[in-house]
Design a protein around this ligand. Structure first.
Ligand code: DSN
Length: 473
């Protein structure tokens, strides 16, 4: 028998240990690898982290509580967590050329809440805040509490509208941010599908927000952060950017100058698992004047830091500092543009007509189906995408009229522009052969033989690009 490499040995041994306690969990983990190997993963927010990133999470760092910050913890014995966090911060700052980084947030939503707290605490005149922060909360009378809450309440936020590609956490009602802030949206010019900066400026002047949020989860174009900062300065707003989706393109120096949020925003949040290809988690970057407020993130907003995930973030940031990551980031965009062009040539309608980044937004309305029907029909054919609202979507946020496709994951797997054209063909074949079941926005009709044929073609297309080739499981 040939000798196993270190990665295969590590994952196999870990699974054996897990299986000895609960085989169903070991089987689900193994099956997830199998499913991911077999399908065309086009979910724009997903990726494949390296074995080193995955392995850094499976250990006893998970057992440690470490609320607080490096060297100032609420628990004893945090010397190793301090090392882990300091190394992650060092790599994060160097990677993004940022003066300050906070790597504790467990997710993007958590990172945004940390940022909102930091901005509120920095900007809002709050009576009794000092007493509150000194934890003498029992000293506050009912009237003082009411005054404190009133000062924080009713602050204004201007973010990108959901149907234009904004994120729930940018002030929308289903999310806590929509309950914390009085929110108004900016959108896209209906003629171009791109941000209308003049309308954004007009809205900002009229609304006078405390916070302007840049960034998106379903907008296929570059954003001019220099222009947005100018607008924020004109109205005295704090400019925050949520770069979760495109952090890998910033790290990989595809988005530079006006399109890199780090030098322009007061505060920048991200996740680490999307185009950045790290573990599931979040981070915050800030100008030095906001650093002390961001440092209060845990325990103000966050539970104890996930030290094992901070270890994996350190690995991912270190990996992204390698020059090869810049090639990877450029390939993501080249692939996205090739996919967009392949779809466009086949007559598929795209929001904004194309893409500058890692994602393409398909308008499925001309196929006579909803986004929900398109998503399910594509999944039957081993093409994993997600439905998404498009600007002025007549089907709303649940059924939608759009499908979002992204290239970070397949680019990690090594697929290139030639394969993107073949994927455009598969997507077009499925969408043009799907029709709605009578009267339903969810049920659909797709010939199972066609879905089966496309699945086989998808599997064949992936065969030369094995996922986790060093892991034989
Ligand atoms: N859920 C992420 C996405 O898919 O874009 C954002 O939170």
């Amino acid at each position: 028998m040939s000798e196993l490499n270190a990665e295969s040995t590590a994952f196999r041994a870990a699974l054996d240990v897990v299986r000895s306690v609960e085989p169903r969990i070991a089987d689900a983990i193994t099956k997830e690898l199998h499913d991911q190997r077999e399908s065309l993963k086009l979910i724009a927010s997903e990726n494949y982290a390296s074995p080193a990133v995955l392995l850094a999470m499976g250990n006893w760092l998970s057992d440690k509580y470490a609320e607080g910050t490096i060297g100032r913890r609420f628990y004893a014995g945090c010397q190793n967590v301090d090392t882990v966090e300091a190394v992650a911060v060092e790599h994060a700052k160097a990677l993004f050329d940022a003066p300050y980084a906070y790597v504790q947030p467990h997710s993007g939503i958590d990172a945004n809440l940390v940022a909102y707290w930091a901005i509120l605490a920095d900007r809002v005149e709050v009576p009794h805040l000092q007493k509150f922060e000194k934890r003498q909360v029992n000293d506050l009378s009912e009237a003082e509490w009411a005054e404190l809450r009133a000062a924080f309440g009713n602050q204004r936020m201007l973010g990108m509208s959901l149907d234009a590609g904004g994120h729930l956490t940018h002030g929308f009602r289903p999310n806590i941010s929509g309950k914390m802030f009085d929110q108004r949206s900016y959108g896209v010019d209906p003629a171009t599908g791109q941000i209308d900066y003049k309308a954004l400026r007009d809205t900002a002047k009229e609304f006078q927000p405390l916070i302007i949020v840049g960034g998106y989860s379903a907008y296929p174009r570059k954003v001019n952060f220099a222009t947005m900062r100018e607008i924020a300065d004109e109205v005295g707003a704090t400019f925050m950017v949520d770069m979760a989706h495109f952090a890998g393109l910033v790290a990989g120096k595809v988005f530079t100058g006006d399109y890199n949020p780090i030098p322009h925003a007061h505060i920048v949040t991200t996740t680490t698992h999307k185009s950045l290809r790290g573990p599931r988690g979040g981070a915050v970057f800030a100008q030095p004047e906001l650093a002390s407020q961001v440092d209060r993130g845990c325990p103000m907003v966050l539970g104890g830091p996930l030290s094992h995930v901070m270890a994996a973030k350190a690995i991912a940031f270190a990996e992204a500092r390698d020059p090869s990551f810049q090639t990877y980031a450029q390939n993501i965009v080249d692939n996205s543009q090739a996919l967009a062009e392949g779809l466009r040539r086949r007559g598929v309608q795209l929001v904004s007509g194309g893409t500058d980044n890692h994602l393409v937004l398909i308008d499925v309305h001309p196929f006579g189906i909803t986004g929900r029907q398109a998503e399910a029909a594509l999944l039957d054919s081993e093409i994993v995408t997600n439905r998404n609202a498009i600007p002025q979507d007549p089907n709303g946020a649940w059924y939608t009229s759009g499908i979002r496709v992204g290239t970070p994951a397949l680019t990690s797997r090594g697929l290139g522009t030639a394969e993107m054209d073949q994927i455009a063909e598969l997507i077009h074949t499925v969408l043009s052969n799907t029709s709605p079941a009578e009267g339903s926005k969810a049920k659909y009709v797709l010939d199972p033989a066609l879905a089966d044929r496309v699945s086989k073609q998808a599997t064949e297309l992936l065969a030369p690009f094995p996922l986790y080739p060093s892991v034989t499981i």
